[in-house]
Design a protein around this ligand. Structure first.
Ligand code: SF4
Ligand code: F3S
Ligand code: FES
Length: 248
């Protein structure tokens, strides 16, 4: 049985906007993205929303539902009561392009700043060997669908635009950790992680982990091990002595 739901959807652009009220039909089994599509079809044909797969796998439909960062296609209407007002707003951390669509190019810029996978120069394709435990570690991080909900949620940048320059965000600190823990990678990103990519700004609040739709343990499995590596490096007596002698 269908029912009429009350929706409040933010509409506007970089110059400003406001919440618009709609009453819209909801059918059994629908998700928030279905309702946004119904609004487009019936009441607001120019309402902008980004989406692709409707299966939680492309990472396009990220927005905020009742203030919580969510994938619109994975947020079931059955999680709300029928009389609840459902507010849908764009991700707060990124500049709005139009309505629910944000400009997420910050993330692509951060991705480009990270040194890519660097295998030993003499290792030929076909000679790569890894232990299963290392494969599994990488696979967890590789589940990332680049929805940027973790990037949107992290308090270091959520209300602090000024930190964006010096903070890669959980998704890209996780990428650095993945490469650092990769047994076939010979790059060294430890100091850069701390000095350039802002690892020190993360105070392990774990909000990123809480919103990840792929349930990746970003904080426990990537950020904390990466912090431990930085600490090991800093307090290793040989490294300390080397820094004293050669970095004056
Ligand atoms: Fe999205 Fe999770 Fe990847 Fe962050 S780590 S971008 S929350 S899938
Ligand atoms: Fe931000 Fe996640 Fe660290 S939310 S502070 S990157 S644990
Ligand atoms: Fe692809 Fe939602 S439309 S994740």
């Amino acid at each position: 049985m269908g029912y009429d739901a009350k929706f409040r959807v933010w509409r506007g652009d970089l110059d400003g906007g406001e919440l618009h009220d709609f009453t819209v039909l909801v059918n059994e089994g629908e998700v928030v993205l279905d309702i946004i599509h119904r609004l487009q079809a019936t009441q607001a044909p120019d309402l902008a929303v980004r989406w692709n797969c409707k299966a939680g796998k492309c990472g396009s439909c990220s927005a905020e539902v009742n203030g919580r960062p969510r994938l619109l296609c994975m947020t079931r209407m059955s999680t709300f009561t029928e009389d609840e007002v459902i507010t849908v707003t764009p991700m707060r951390t990124f500049p709005v392009i139009k309505d629910l669509v944000t400009d997420v190019s910050f993330n692509y810029e951060k991705a480009r700043e990270i040194q890519s996978f660097t295998p030993p120069a003499d290792l030929k394709p076909g000679e790569y060997r890894m232990k299963q435990v290392d494969v599994e570690r990488s696979q967890e991080f590789r589940k990332c669908i680049e929805c940027f909900l973790c990037q949107n949620t992290c308090h270091v940048v959520r209300d602090h635009d000024e930190n964006k320059k010096s903070f890669a965000g959980p998704r890209y600190l996780m990428r650095i950790a993945e490469l650092e823990m990769h047994p076939l990678d010979v790059g060294d990103r430890t100091e850069l992680a701390q000095d350039e990519h802002g690892l020190g700004l993360c105070n392990i609040t774990k909000c990123c982990t809480e919103v990840c739709p792929e349930h990746i343990k970003i904080t426990d499995n990537a950020l904390i091990p990466m912090k431990e590596r930085v600490a090991d490096r800093k307090y290793d007596p040989l490294v300390w002595l080397g820094n004293k002698l050669f970095r004056r």
